[in-house]
Design a protein around this ligand. Structure first.
Ligand SMILES: *Cc1c(COP(=O)(O)O)cnc(C)c1O
Length: 451
């Protein structure tokens, strides 16, 4: 019988996260204090994050131990399956082998719980009982809400208003896990009030919601802030999935020629790809590594590599990354988790080094791929994930055209069960592609902080 699933046992959940810092030919540029423009120190970050996470942010250690209690909770759904997409291969009539790592089997339906758990654990360990955060499409908010429930932490979520309205069930899920949710921009923070004064109709953005969540943490001693992507420690936690995938590819007797993931802030991309990038950097293998983003929010493919704020109000430290400008408001595409103006500094650095490649697609062609995938493999992917699927299918079709039997691995970062309105709209022909606004980006880039 043909084998479909490659499964590891619970004991085979990695003991450590993989830190790519140890294998970089040169370190990424330092994070700067927004006032002094000098490199930030632990004391600058202490109001926002527990010390353990600040330590991981700058760690050079290759293998960072996964705490016992985190690994134990991982075991409730990890290791996740690696699946050979034989039906999709057949539908595409490609000689390529297509594999996907199925992160949609987590209780919240995406990879995000991998870091949410770790962050909740370290906060709890340092006596923190309240976390504030933002969420775009709602996946991160639900992951942190559940992690908060597991570790007894109150979670306050600022949810981008357009998603708050489009995705009432995500909000219901967060509340079911015990979090409190507010639409952003809100009247609760200076940052939110400022935006609403300028534009009462604002549908929000991830950058605005981050400003609000950071402000709450910065102004409350008992509250820390938690971010679902972008930062080094978040990317680190996600490598649990890439390391599993590497072991599972070995079980399948193959090594990927190309490793693909969608990229919003860059965490699921890093999670899957960094162990493979590390093997490339150490000269052990030569896989192509591809990040896929929306053509309407193309930070890696069209953004500028520059120091910028992580949020809209300019409250976060300055990080060097591919950015469309912190005031850029991405159009309301359905892949809400990919609507962020910047890209993780580590992913940006690898792009600068030529260690990864990037590609952008419009949403209609991604939905088309998602539906073909669903009809073949049965899993309805999140709109974010459909970007990776589009790229994987295009690579498989290239293999077909070139008569090449390559091995393709992509990350199924999440399912789309809470995104069925987007599918309804797509199937009704009511979705459109948004042009990338050269002019708006130029305006936003003009506002980059001087460094
Ligand atoms: C949040 C999310 C993404 C994008 O975030 P990254 O940090 O780039 O991974 C992609 N897919 C799913 C399912 C998500 O929930």
């Amino acid at each position: 019988m043909d084998q479909y699933k490659f499964l590891l046992s619970e004991e085979q959940i990695p003991q450590t996260w993989y830190n790519i810092m140890a294998d970089l030919p040169q370190p990424p540029p330092p994070v700067l204090h927004p006032g002094t423009k000098q490199p930030v120190g632990p004391a600058d970050l202490a109001p926002l994050f527990p010390m353990a996470l600040i330590g991981q942010e700058v760690s050079q250690e290759r293998a960072v131990e996964i705490p016992g209690p985190v690994r134990e909770i991982y075991a409730r759904w990890r290791p996740t399956p690696l699946v050979r997409a034989r039906a999709l291969e057949k539908a595409l009539d490609t000689p390529a082998h297509i594999y996907f790592k199925n992160e949609s089997v987590s209780p919240v339906g995406s990879h995000k719980l991998n870091t949410a758990l770790a962050q909740a654990f370290y906060n709890k360990q340092e006596g923190i009982n309240r976390l504030s955060t933002e969420t775009g499409a709602g996946q991160w908010g639900s992951a942190l809400a559940l992690a908060g429930a597991y570790f007894g932490i109150e979670v306050r979520v600022f949810m981008v208003k357009v998603s708050f309205n489009q995705k009432p069930y995500r909000r219901a899920l967060m509340e079911t896990y015990g979090a409190s949710v507010v639409a952003s921009p809100s009247e609760e923070t200076n940052a939110g009030r400022q935006i609403l004064k300028q534009n009462p109709q604002s549908t929000g953005s991830l950058g605005i919601a981050i400003s609000e969540a950071v402000e709450v943490a910065a102004t409350h001693d008992d509250t820390k802030y938690s971010l679902g992507s972008v930062l080094n420690h978040v990317l680190l936690h996600q490598t649990v999935l890439g390391q599993e995938a590497m072991a599972q590819m070995e079980m399948a007797g193959e090594y990927p020629d190309v490793v693909i993931a969608c990229a919003g802030g860059g965490s699921n991309f890093a999670g899957l790809s960094f162990p493979f990038v590390g093997a490339n950097l150490r000269g052990e293998h030569k896989a192509r590594i591809m990040a896929v983003e929306p053509a309407s929010c193309p930070s890696l493919t069209k953004g500028k590599y520059a120091y910028d704020f992580g949020d809209t109000a300019g409250m976060t430290p300055l990080v060097k990354m591919h950015t469309l400008g912190h005031t850029f408001l991405p159009p309301g595409i359905h892949a809400g988790g990919l609507r962020y103006h910047g890209m993780a500094p580590l992913v940006s650095h690898l792009q600068q080094l030529g260690a990864i490649e990037a590609r952008a697609y419009h949403q209609l062609t991604c939905f088309e791929a998602a539906i073909q995938f669903a009809r073949a493999e049965g899993i309805v992917p999140a709109p974010e994930t459909s970007h990776a699927i589009r790229a994987a299918m295009d690579e498989a079709l290239r293999c077909k055209a070139e008569g090449k039997k390559e091995t393709i691995l992509f990350n199924l970062s999440g399912h789309g069960h809470f995104d069925m309105q987007a599918y309804t709209d797509y199937l009704a022909g009511a979705l459109k592609d948004y042009a990338y606004s050269e002019q708006e980006v130029a305006m936003a880039l003009a506002g980059l902080p001087a460094v």
